[in-house]
Design a protein around this ligand. Structure first.
Ligand code: PFF
Length: 454
């Protein structure tokens, strides 16, 4: 099947696309605020341990499944397992659709902020907290910006794997690193930056508690785009000469380095203004504009615009992968035309995102769900998606252990990697996939349910 569905043209093309999927709002928006709320350096430490202990093996497993089967998420589980396992793939595809529905709303905010800071008067606002509050309530801005974001995503995905997904990532990923490094250099020159660095880099072990571990693990999983078949899908476009294990290592390092670097940029900025890092989801939308506005009208536009452009690039490389997952499914399984599938899905997902968009104050019931401890609909969907990812990752490990067989995974990984069979990594992956990951991910999933519903 793989021959006529297209492939990534090169190893670097695949790595950039998968790293693009991983690097997203999760790294630049969610990671700094979770780190800010969970003691800074302590959170960073837990996050990095989770990435290498749990996420790296799951990533290798997903890519191996995709490449071995050469099909979409549902097709791959069906082919290597059976029809019933195929539903696990379908479950992941649906999770991707829901993630994209709310993700696109937040991406729309970032897009709007980029335009309003670079070309509008946002930095002259007297109060950024109330500005954000009214901004997320402004139906027309929200509609246009998130529609715009979805249209750009669909335009890229409709061009196919090489000309769309790979080409866009090849431009955006390096640009993202350049913008990030420039912003870090700037933020480190600010007064009091050192206090931000201390908060972020010197761990207070007493800050580590169940919540830190829980948030670190959840964030690591979301950040690497695991558990919903995104990497099965991308893996299905990888050719057999590639070394999957080393590619997965590069992707994990690329992703965690962007999260690490965004902390390195955000905390010196926040501390330079004597602000609190514990602001939560509003951190980059409420606190950072304050910082940019203090830089003066011209520098503020450049640095602030640069920051939100970075956020848009990161979000776009992820929305591309989120739309690619159901697209590949419909093209592979239902034999539909890529362009029609992409535009149909984009419209559907945009509409599915409307309740999330309107849950920030526009519609009071959506703003405070009675069955969800009064939290808003966007938070509800985002939390449910976190849960499906950890459940999906756990079940993927069960699939490899009991259905596909770890030996088949080893054989797949040995293709393109001559020394694999006798390596330490093989032993490591075999233990983590069979024991460590399913057990810890299973426990985490149960904890998420208890935390959110009881
Ligand atoms: N990894 C992305 C981020 O950190 O923003 C989010 C994401 C993308 C999750 C794609 C899952 C996915 F399949």
């Amino acid at each position: 099947m793989s021959s006529n569905r297209g492939n990534f043209s090169s190893r670097i093309g695949f790595i950039l696309a998968a790293a693009g999927s991983a690097v997203g709002l999760g790294n630049i928006w969610r990671f700094p605020y979770l780190a800010g709320q969970n003691g800074g350096a302590a959170f960073l430490m837990i996050y990095l341990i989770c990435i290498f202990l749990l996420c790296f093996p799951v990533m290798v497993g997903e890519i191996a499944i995709g490449r071995a089967a050469g099909s979409d998420a549902m097709g791959s589980y069906t082919k290597l397992g059976n029809k019933r396992w195929g539903y696990l793939g379908l479950f992941g595809i649906l999770a991707g659709v829901f993630i994209l529905s709310f993700y696109n709303v937040v991406a729309g905010w970032a897009f709007g902020y980029f335009l309003e800071i670079s070309f509008g008067g946002l930095l002259a606002e007297p109060d950024f907290g109330s500005f954000f509050g009214s901004y997320v309530n402004d139906i027309s801005d929200n509609l246009w910006f998130s529609l715009g974001f979805m249209v750009i995503t669909a335009l890229i995905v409709s061009r196919g794997i090489q000309k769309g997904v790979e080409a866009a990532n090849k431009i955006m990923m390096p640009s993202l690193y350049v913008i990030l490094v420039l912003l870090i250099i700037y933020s480190l020159t600010l007064p009091n930056a050192i206090e931000g660095l201390k908060f972020y880099l010197i761990p207070e072990l007493s800050e580590i508690n169940a919540q830190t571990i829980f948030d670190g693990l959840k964030q690591a999983f979301f950040s690497l785009s695991l558990g919903m078949g995104a990497l099965i899908t991308y893996g299905s476009y990888v050719n057999k000469q590639q070394n999957v294990v080393s590619s997965a290592a590069v992707i994990s390092i690329a992703d965690s380095s962007v999260a690490f670097l965004s902390g390195l940029m955000v905390f010196p900025l926040v501390f330079s203004q004597n602000m609190s890092p514990t602001e939560g989801p509003a951190l980059v939308f409420m606190v950072l504009p304050e910082v940019f506005s203090d830089m003066g009208p011209i520098l503020g536009r450049v640095v602030g615009g640069g920051f939100f452009l970075l956020l848009c690039f990161a979000a776009l490389t992820s929305t591309i992968s989120l739309l690619e997952v159901p697209t590949t499914y419909l093209v592979d399984q239902k034999k539909l035309k890529r362009t029609s599938v992409v535009w149909g899905l984009a419209l559907l997902i945009f509409v599915l995102g409307l309740p999330s968009m309107m849950s920030q104050g526009m519609i009071p019931t959506l703003n405070s769900l009675p069955f969800y401890q009064g939290r808003d609909f966007l938070t509800f969907i985002a939390d449910m998606c976190d849960l499906t990812l950890t459940v999906g990752g756990c079940l993927m490990c069960v699939f490899i252990t009991y259905q596909w067989n770890i030996k088949n995974m080893d054989n797949e990984l040995a293709i393109g990697n001559a020394g694999y069979m006798n390596s330490f990594l093989r032993t490591y992956l075999s233990y983590t996939i069979r024991f460590v990951c399913p057990i810890l991910l299973g426990i985490l999933s149960i904890l998420i349910i208890i935390d959110k519903f009881f």
